[in-house]
Design a protein. Structure first.
Length: 98
């Protein structure tokens, strides 16, 4: 994968676009770190779809095991009732967390 500093990427954007569009991802770095990768839309769509499938599989496995996947926000019916009936003042205080 080609790696390009941000200052050079500005002047090479057309070539970066062409490379990505033809299936060659290009890494862009800023001061040697914080890289980002430019990929084609079709490659992004495949990667995103694969990620969603993986995530769905993790949820399926967790539910089969009777666990809740890490990072999942659990909302109970009591929370919904409390939020529905809350006044604007209660919302403003920020004390209506789940």
């Amino acid at each position: 994968m080609e790696s390009v500093p941000l200052k050079d990427a500005r002047t090479r954007l057309g070539r970066i676009h062409t490379a990505a569009a033809h299936g060659q991802p290009v890494e862009i770095t800023r001061h040697g770190s914080a890289p980002v990768v430019v990929v084609s839309k079709s490659m992004y769509d495949v990667m995103f779809t694969d990620h969603l499938r993986w995530q769905a599989e993790q949820y399926r496995k967790a539910l089969e095991e009777g666990t809740i996947p890490e990072g999942t926000l659990v909302i109970h019916r009591d929370d919904l009732d409390r939020w529905r009936d809350a006044t604007p003042e209660e919302w403003a205080t920020g004390k209506l967390d789940a």
